[in-house]
Design a protein around this ligand. Structure first.
Ligand SMILES: [Ca+2]
Ligand SMILES: [Ca+2]
Ligand SMILES: [Ca+2]
Length: 196
């Protein structure tokens, strides 16, 4: 190999290294732009919801209540469940459901389909009691079932804790051990206390 060929080879290698650096820089730039463009911005859209009467803090949740895959907004007040159903265009249409509730969820509310009928149900909890508010088979009305025992709820959630296919309720108790409410069917709910 003569000197000229040796120098030409080094020039080619140098150009390839520079090209790889540039391609690496370009790839990182595109990745950064992609990640930045995926950031979600939040806007206060309270004005989309109709006002409700008697609403108290903690008694609201956002969940799809009618099975159309659009999240709705649930609020309670004055023995009424207000549901603002989200529409395809992002607006909301409010309906209200009268319910003679033992207690409204002044401390905690959560939602889940406890009887697997396709309509989410609600768990109400206040400073003394816990109840399930079950949607009818067509979602046109709700019925409350009060659980036994005195529970000062802080917060609650639902999950199928024992993997039997039925959601269970878990309620944090401010005055005693937390409560696990196993749900085989709503009518056969049984209250089981667990450790906090
Ligand atoms: Ca919905
Ligand atoms: Ca249900
Ligand atoms: Ca279960």
């Amino acid at each position: 190999m003569n000197l000229l060929a040796f120098m030409m080879g080094n020039v080619v290698i140098l150009k390839i290294k520079r090209m790889l650096k540039w391609l690496t820089f370009l790839a990182f730039s595109l990745l950064s732009f992609s990640l930045y463009s995926q950031q979600v911005n939040f806007h206060n859209s309270t004005g989309k919801l109709k006002p409700v009467s008697g609403f108290t803090i903690y008694s609201d949740c956002a969940v799809d209540m009618n099975g159309d895959h659009l999240d709705d907004v649930v609020r309670t007040g004055n023995e009424v469940i207000y549901i603002d159903f989200q529409q395809l265009d992002g607006t909301f249409t409010q309906r209200y459901f009268n319910i003679v509730a033992h207690s409204l969820p002044s401390w905690s509310i959560c939602a889940g389909d406890i009887d697997n009928n396709g309509f989410n149900d609600l768990l109400f909890a206040d400073s003394a009691s816990v109840s399930f508010v079950k949607a009818s088979d067509n979602g046109s009305f709700y019925t409350e079932t009060v659980m036994p025992g005195n529970i000062f709820s802080q917060r609650s959630t639902m999950a199928d804790i024992d993997n039997n296919g039925w959601l269970d309720g878990f309620v944090c108790n401010d005055n005693d051990l937390s409560a696990l409410i196993e749900t085989m069917e709503l009518e056969t709910c049984r209250l089981t206390r667990t450790s906090s």
